[in-house]
Design a protein around this ligand. Structure first.
Ligand SMILES: NC(=O)c1ccc[n+]([C@@H]2O[C@H](COP(=O)([O-])OP(=O)(O)OC[C@H]3O[C@@H](n4cnc5c(N)ncnc54)[C@H](O)[C@@H]3O)[C@@H](O)[C@H]2O)c1
Ligand SMILES: [Zn+2]
Ligand SMILES: [Zn+2]
Length: 351
């Protein structure tokens, strides 16, 4: 089959590789019908994720058709259309029992690491993929939901909702600020209304992204290039700060920004993946009764979000900005990696 293979920092190829084979009775083999690229794949290609070894097939998002199931798979069958979750879950370990699949102890990839596809085992940017613990790691696609909507359930929608909106403890009437309006920040913006956010402020360096954010439900947009950005945010609250400040970039500066706008008793929800130490102004924050959360997506809300999409209650088509054929994988990477010029959010790659 063909697959997108990582060959060390800065190097990738769309090349012939052996078809994946079933290794465990709990595995399924899925033919990939639709996949996409995540900002995390670009981090890997920069060499920021050293656990990814050269030779690894990338990708942790996908929708496909089951072509083979192991003897221990009981709830899925050949021919089923499924969403491949970015997180594996054995369904049996202590963390899975708490729905904290991000830390699944199942020994596939590495115990305690839920994200294995396109990281510790071969991923979804390929014609076929082996999915471990298929009963728990795959989700059926509801009738009538197109692949390109379902593929957003592999990663970005549960990530934005769980680690941004839920960990931020968003409640009705809240003012929510989202720093970083990439696909993840936009997923926070698109789902913050589910808990009744009254005002959603998108903050980004890129004017184009601020404009896009308004189509996803942001009520206001602020450029972080504006020297008065903080005063402008404070003026959109009762003067004491935002109830929820979500960091969706992953650099020290934006985490610091989140702590500067949160109100006493408010929440800072960090979603960004950080590669460097971050300053925590605890000398100012300790007296503010502020809660700071972090996390890797658990994907425990995937079934709920799937229901909202199936019922037309969560409109997600606007995440898709470009479409490619599987054989144009390299062109899709080129478009996605130049998002500031191309305006790319999610690129859909279909067979
Ligand atoms: N916690 C998790 O489980 C999880 C899962 C997936 C992705 N992530 C992480 O979430 C983060 C966002 O992902 P993405 O795909 O949306 O990334 P992205 O790079 O597409 O978007 C980041 C946005 O931040 C903006 N930005 C950069 N510097 C800024 C600044 N100083 N002020 C304001 N805005 C700024 C950029 O213009 C861009 O629009 C990444 O760090 C990614 O690795 C976390
Ligand atoms: Zn991802
Ligand atoms: Zn588990």
């Amino acid at each position: 089959m063909k697959a997108l293979v990582y060959h060390g920092p800065g190097k990738k190829a769309w090349e012939d590789v052996p078809d994946p084979r079933s290794e465990q009775p709990t595995d399924a083999i899925v033919r990939i019908d639709t996949t996409t690229i995540c900002g995390t794949d670009l981090h890997i290609l920069k060499g920021d994720v050293p656990a990814v070894q050269p030779g690894r097939i990338l990708g942790h998002e996908g929708v496909g058709t089951i072509v083979e199931v192991g003897s221990a798979v009981t709830t899925l069958a050949k021919g089923d259309r499924v969403i491949v979750s970015c997180i594996k879950s054995c369904g049996r370990c202590a963390f899975c029992k708490q729905a904290m699949y991000a830390h699944c102890l199942g020994d596939e990839g590495a115990p305690g690491v839920g994200w294995v596809l396109g990281h510790l085992i071969d991923g979804t940017q390929a014609e076929y993929v082996r999915v471990p613990y298929a009963d728990n790691s795959l989700y059926r696609v509801p009738e009538g939901v197109p692949d390109e909507h379902a593929v957003l359930l592999s990663d970005i929608l549960p990530t934005g909702f769980e680690i941004g909106v839920q960990y931020g403890a968003t409640k009705p009437g809240d003012v929510v600020a989202v720093i970083g309006a990439g696909p993840i920040g936009l997923a926070v913006i698109a789902t913050a209304g589910l808990y009744g956010a009254a005002r959603i402020i998108a903050i980004d360096l890129d004017e184009k992204r601020i404009e896009q954010a308004k189509k996803f439900g942001a009520s206001d947009g602020i450029s972080s290039r504006d020297p008065n950005w903080r005063d402008k945010v404070m003026a959109m609250t009762d003067g004491f700060g935002v109830d929820v400040a979500v960091e969706a970039v992953g650099v020290p500066e934006t985490f610091d920004m989140a702590t500067e706008i949160v109100r006493p008793g408010g929440h800072v929800a960090n979603v960004g993946v950080h590669g460097k130490p971050v300053l925590l102004r605890l000398q100012d924050l300790w007296i503010q009764n502020v809660t700071i959360t972090t996390g890797l997506v658990n994907t425990n809300t995937t079934p709920m979000l799937r229901k909202l999409i199936a019922e037309g209650r969560l409109e997600v088509g606007k995440f898709i900005t470009h479409r490619f054929a599987l054989d144009d994988m390299l062109a899709s990477y080129d478009t996605f990696s130049r998002a500031a010029e191309t305006g790319a959010l999610k690129v859909v790659i279909a067979r």
